[in-house]
Design a protein around this ligand. Structure first.
Ligand code: AMP
Ligand code: GLY
Length: 425
């Protein structure tokens, strides 16, 4: 079978790498891909927001399974377009992807179906939002309703900050139409974790739990980023907690989507806060996490293409999805200045040496210039290691990081610190 992966970051590199191992896969294509992906797939330059061009590519290249990485093509209805032509594609339809695309929709769904989440109000009127903030007091969390590339959330510790966030989102329209509605919600405390699940719309099969590190600096300080590193499994998700999340969050969510006539098939990502009163949903995403995928898929021992096909065919309950007992750690190497402005085009050295010491180096923001691999994004590489336990995986990943160099490269030195602290207690 021929496979097409849509996207060109670290998540898609991991998907393409895993799918390329599948015994039933003859060839992997990736649109647009990146230099790392080109080692395992043929990369093709097509605009991923052009549904018609993607469809024509899949038809003329006899693609047997398409896997969508980022949220944008899902929100654009790529799954609807492929399915209408009888092509197999892994991911939710446009209507189902709204669980990520509209926070107001996701919150209303959770409220209606009793899925635990922070209490909230939705506003389309900025004055009413400001008044609510003054009455409610801080801390509060202010979120743009629509897709805002992970930047539409302000955790406000004061009333002034919360009002500033409303002004930025609604008055200044910093995120365009995504900000015509805001969700203002209760500030939750606890430890965060990500739990991704395969689903065919009926059955859910959770993946190994993971924890992202969203802040730019060690000790979870500084600005929010797309994610500076991950590890899996997350010890905060004990076996009992996993069962509780399946029962209270994941199963009710896919049942709710089905009941609403929006059958959800694909990967459902629950971003959770594990509070003193149990797990609460911070957000749902309609896709694999980035960089969660970089630590979750290396631990999957089953064949990924088979699992994805079972989801599409509504037969997930017929198969067994198996995981390794190992742990995985991914350290993101970022360009100087990220998450603000950053340079591009700096030569990267040492990737092969890092691979030789046993790491998987997933490319996120790289390009080829004059035959050299150079930086081309804020998050440049995800250096991933698997080992028998978290401590060994951390050591192996950071050993590999030492091999890689580019101008102003920076990274967090404390990935997995929460898991390590738990070991020491
Ligand atoms: P989101 O884009 O919804 O994942 O939010 C980004 C980050 O904001 C999350 O990873 C949390 O750290 C934080 N956050 C979002 N909602 C809440 C909340 N209700 N309480 C506390 N922190 C939150
Ligand atoms: N790691 C966060 C996300 O993929 O949304």
């Amino acid at each position: 079978m021929r496979i097409l992966v849509i996207g060109g970051g670290g998540r898609e590199h991991t998907l393409a790498w895993k799918l390329a191992m599948s015994p039933c896969v003859e060839k992997v294509y990736c649109i647009p891909g990146n230099p790392g992906i080109s080692k395992v797939a043929e990369c093709v330059e097509i605009d991923i927001s052009d549904n018609q061009a993607l469809l024509e590519f899949a038809q003329s290249n006899k693609i047997g399974l398409t896997v969508v990485g980022p949220e944008l093509p899902l929100a654009n209805g790529i799954v609807d377009v492929f399915t209408a032509k009888g092509l197999k594609i892994f991911g939710p339809t446009q209507a189902a992807a709204e669980i990520e695309g509209s926070k107001a929709f996701a919150k209303a769904l959770m409220k209606k179906y009793n899925i635990p989440t922070a209490s909230f109000e939705v506003f389309t009127d900025a004055d009413k939002a400001r008044e609510y903030i003054r009455n409610q007091g801080a801390p509060l969390v202010v979120k743009a309703d629509g897709l805002a590339a992970g930047k539409g959330v302000v955790v406000a510790m004061t009333i002034e900050e919360a009002i500033g966030a409303v002004d930025m989102i609604m008055r200044d329209q910093t995120f365009g139409l995504a900000g015509s509605r805001v969700v203002i919600e209760e500030y939750l405390t606890g430890e965060e974790a990500s739990l991704l699940a395969f689903t065919d719309g009926f059955t859910i099969v959770p993946m190994v739990s993971a924890q992202d590190h969203k802040c730019i600096y060690d000790g979870d300080k500084g600005s929010n980023t797309g994610g500076m590193g991950t590890y899996a499994p997350a010890p905060i998700i004990t076996k009992a907690m996993l069962e509780q999340i399946q029962l209270e969050v994941l199963q009710p969510a896919v049942d709710a989507m089905r009941a609403e006539g929006r059958l959800y098939c694909g990967c459902l990502y629950a971003g959770l806060m594990i509070t003193d009163s149990g797990p609460k949903v911070i957000e749902f995403n309609a896709r694999f996490g980035d960089p969660e995928t970089q630590v979750v898929l290396p631990l999957l021992s089953s064949d990924l293409a088979t699992v994805m096909e079972a989801c599409i065919d509504g037969k997930l309950s017929d198969i067994e999805v198996k995981w390794d007992d190992n742990a995985a750690v991914c350290v993101v190497l970022a360009a100087g200045g990220y998450p603000g402005g950053y340079a591009k085009g700096d030569v990267i050295t040492g990737i092969e040496n890092a691979e030789e010491v046993g790491a998987l180096v997933f490319h996120a923001g790289t390009a080829i210039k004059d035959n050299a691999i150079v930086t081309s994004g804020g998050r440049v590489l995800g250096v991933t290691a698997t080992a028998k336990d978290i401590l060994s995986a951390v050591k192996k990943a950071y050993n590999a990081v030492q091999e890689i160099k580019f101008t102003d490269m920076h990274y967090r030195r404390d990935i997995a610190h929460r898991a390590i602290k738990k070991l020491n207690n």
